[in-house]
Structure formats: structure tokens, C-alpha cells
Design a protein around this ligand. Structure first.
Ligand SMILES: Cc1cc2nc3c(=O)[nH]c(=O)nc-3n(C[C@H](O)[C@H](O)[C@H](O)COP(=O)(O)OP(=O)(O)OC[C@H]3O[C@@H](n4cnc5c(N)ncnc54)[C@H](O)[C@@H]3O)c2cc1C
Length: 391
């Protein structure tokens, strides 16, 4: 088994890195930064990626892709996450919203929604979680009632990432209130400019752009926005979530953190004038991070290898997600310890070591053990589907 990428794939990585060096502005601190230039920049950046055929390269040509293999796409994913994900929220289009439309959409829906995604022109958010439904997603109560002319949506979503900037929402709603739980749900492709939608940002550790609550007051949704069969939205949501969980190259962002910490430890002296890199606990923590990052990468490659063969497993994406997100938290904690109290200074503070990026990584690594299905839920999946333990 050869774990290295073939030469053309590595050459592509080099080209992509050069492109990133040229395109990323000095102020860029990553998708989780709170700079108001972030969303406009990511839109422009995605258009440039699209113009080179790199935004949706693993999509079929007919939908604006380049029929590239998933490993090329993995290189894009790795390089983007190593650089703070300059595609912004559009990584979700490519990873699971677009593929769900390819799988379940009508020809007209594919035409309407996939082209703007492939051109880097569409920003989507995911409207699944509600105040009473997160891990237990089948408990959602937002209703989409058929009034004979269209659906009328009433209810509330929460923790909706990027909702303040989104053009569309991938919305799960209840179309049959009489049916049992997951049986009466449907998926909608909703225009966020439809009257009756209110987006209210939630203040969090992550800053102002991370989450919002979204309220739906008698929002009229045309029939042709229903994705897949009516009352079969659970199937659509589950197929999308499988890809969402592995759509982020966490190991790449940890690799970046590790590189920065190594450099910092080598160039920063302790009170005895010795580089931090000579201290045993620092060395130990960095080595541990390095080993775990390698393991996270291999777990992620294992999932891609199955996807490339069209094999779907529930257990492996769950293992990869748990391991990589918990490694992210570990990397944040190690970083904060090595940097000491100064590590808490944010990016806008000129005294912040590593331009505040360590703090940013740490703060944003913590919610990732909850996002896209909490790690407890992933462990349940591993227990039941991987180890055949009883529910
Ligand atoms: C960074 C981030 C981004 C997000 N973005 C979006 C988004 O864009 N769109 C969207 O719809 N949602 C989004 N979410 C919401 C996310 O999907 C939910 O937070 C998650 O599914 C957990 O649901 P909950 O918050 O309601 O917690 P709960 O389901 O109430 O869980 C609370 C705690 O109980 C544990 N728990 C629950 N059930 C079980 C069980 N059966 N066994 C063991 N433990 C259990 C959970 O693991 C958790 O620790 C985001 C969340 C985060 C953190």
C-alpha cells in the first residue's frame, strides 16, 4: 500500500500553494475570524478558484466540475484548511449540498442551483437544528404546510452557521405532522430573501459571524423547491450528513498549528535564555501532536478511499470525525500552554503572539466536537454499527 500521492497530484498541490500565497491578503485570519471583509473576500476567492476549475473539480463535468478524482479534491480540501479555509462557507456546497442536489434534484433544480455553486456564486447555510432538536434531529417541529399553491413554512432554526450572509438555505422541515418523527420530513432549497425570514445573530465565543437563529413566519416556498420526494427528507438529510462529517480536513489545520508552534518554540527563549523547544514538556506535547496528526490524516484518507470506491460506511467517518476534532482541541490546549497568558490575545492586538491565530484555533476547535453531530453521537454510531453493541 502506497500512501504517497502521485506526482501530478503533488504538482497540483504546489501550484495551489503558490496560488494561495498570491491571493491571500495580509489581513486574512481564516474563516472563523470576525473581520467584516471575510465574506466578500471568500466570494471573490471562490470565483477565482472556479475560473481555474478548482472549486468543484471532483464534480461531474455536466454540473460544472472537471471529473477529477477525489484525491485531487482532497488536496484542495487540505490546502484550504491549512490556510484557514478561504472558500468560506462555500466548502459546504461542494461537499454535501451540491452532491445532494445531484442525487435527489430534478433536472430543473440541478440547472438552477448547481451552476451558481460551480461558478463560486452561491452561499448556502444549513437549516437543520432547532431549539428542541439537535442530536435528536427527527424531533424538529418547523412545519412546511401545503396550502394548495405552495408550502408555507413556520418555525425556528438555531445554530445556523453563516446565515447572515447566505443566499440559500438547505432546510429540513416537517411536511406531515401526523407521521411519526423522521417519516414526515422534507428537504427544501430555500431562497433566503423570501419574505418572512428573520436572521438574528447569536453572540458566542466564536464571534459575531458564526451562528444565527433563523425565524420563519409564514414563508411561502414554491413546490419546485422541494428536494427529493415529499416526506422523505430524512433520507436526503442522512445522505448529506455522511459527507458533511468528513468534509473538513481538520488534520490540515492541526498541521498548520503544529508548524507554527514548532517555529515559535525554536525561536522563543525562556527565562534562562534557552529556546522553549529544549524543554521536555514542550517537546513531548509537540511530538504527541505530530503523531496524532498523522493518525488523523490516515483516518481521513481511509474515508476518502471508500468514497472513491463508492463504498458507504457509517463507522469510519464517525471515527475520523471524533479523532480529528478531539485532536483539534488538544492542539489548541497545547498551543495555549506553550504561548502562556499572552496566547489569549486576539488577532487585532499587536502584542498577540502568532498574530492571535493560536487563540482563534483554540476557541474554534471546542465547538467542533459538537458540530455536524456531536462526538457522543458519533461514539454511539461506532458502538452500534462498528462494534455491534446494543443501543
Ligand atoms: C460550530 C457549530 C456549527 C453548527 N452549525 C450548524 C448549522 O449550520 N446548521 C444546523 O442546523 N446546526 C448547526 N449546528 C448545531 C449542531 O448540529 C447541534 O449543536 C448538534 O447536533 C447538537 O445538538 P444540540 O446543540 O441540540 O445538543 P443536544 O442534542 O441537546 O445535546 C446536548 C448534549 O447531550 C449529548 N447527547 C444528546 N443525545 C445523546 C445520546 N443519545 N447519547 C449520548 N449523548 C447524547 C450531546 O452529545 C451533547 O453533549 C452547529 C453547531 C456547532 C457547534
Amino acid at each position: 500500500m502506497d500512501f504517497s500521492f502521485p506526482e501530478p497530484t503533488e504538482a497540483f498541490r504546489t501550484e495551489l500553494r503558490q496560488f494561495l500565497r498570491e491571493e491571500l491578503p495580509e489581513w486574512w485570519s481564516g474563516i472563523f475570524g470576525d473581520d467584516e471583509r471575510m465574506f466578500p473576500f471568500t466570494r471573490e476567492f471562490c470565483k477565482k478558484l472556479a475560473a481555474r476549475g478548482w472549486l468543484t473539480m471532483a464534480w461531474p463535468k455536466q454540473y460544472g466540475g472537471a471529473d477529477a478524482d477525489l484525491w485531487m479534491q482532497m488536496v484542495v480540501r487540505e490546502e484550504m484548511w491549512a490556510h484557514g479555509e478561504p472558500r468560506g462557507p462555500q466548502y459546504m456546497n461542494l461537499n454535501y449540498i451540491g452532491p445532494a442536489i445531484m442525487m435527489f434534484g430534478t433536472p430543473e433544480q440541478k440547472d438552477r442551483y448547481l451552476k451558481p455553486m460551480a461558478n463560486g456564486d452561491a452561499l448556502w447555510c444549513q437549516g437543520f437544528s432547532e431549539p428542541g432538536a439537535g442530536s435528536d434531529l427527527a424531533a424538529i417541529s418547523t412545519q412546511a404546510q401545503d396550502n394548495g399553491q405552495s408550502f408555507v413554512v413556520r418555525g425556528q432554526k438555531i445554530w445556523t452557521s453563516y446565515a447572515t450572509a447566505a443566499d440559500h438555505c438547505f432546510l429540513l422541515a416537517r411536511t406531515d405532522p401526523e407521521a411519526l418523527r423522521y417519516k414526515g420530513l422534507s428537504m427544501f432549497l430555500l431562497d433566503m430573501r423570501t419574505p418572512g425570514i428573520t436572521v438574528r445573530p447569536i453572540d458566542s465565543m466564536g464571534g459575531p459571524v458564526e451562528f444565527s437563529e433563523v425565524f420563519f413566519d409564514d414563508v411561502e416556498v414554491p413546490y419546485d423547491c422541494l428536494l427529493g420526494p415529499r416526506n422523505e427528507g430524512w433520507m436526503v438529510a442522512m445522505s448529506a450528513l455522511g459527507y458533511e462529517r468528513t468534509g473538513i480536513a481538520w488534520h490540515s489545520s492541526t498541521e498548520t498549528v503544529l508548524d507554527r508552534l514548532i517555529e515559535y518554540a525554536k525561536t522563543t527563549k525562556d527565562e534562562n535564555g534557552e529556546p522553549l523547544a529544549k524543554r521536555q514538556p514542550v517537546r513531548e506535547a509537540l511530538v504527541r501532536m505530530h503523531v496524532r496528526t498523522r493518525a488523523a490524516k490516515m483516518l481521513s484518507y481511509r474515508v476518502i478511499s471508500d468514497q472513491a470506491k463508492d463504498v458507504t460506511k457509517d463507522e469510519d467517518p464517525a471515527i475520523a470525525k471524533v479523532f480529528a476534532t478531539e485532536l483539534g482541541v488538544y492542539a489548541g490546549e497545547v498551543g495555549m500552554e506553550i504561548l502562556g497568558s499572552k496566547g489569549q490575545l486576539v488577532a487585532s492586538d499587536p502584542m498577540a503572539p502568532l498574530a492571535g491565530q493560536m487563540y482563534g484555533h483554540w476557541v474554534h476547535s471546542i465547538p467542533m466536537v459538537i458540530a455536524a453531530g456531536s462526538n457522543e453521537i458519533q461514539r454511539n454510531i461506532i458502538a452500534q454499527r462498528g462494534l455491534a453493541l446494543p443501543r
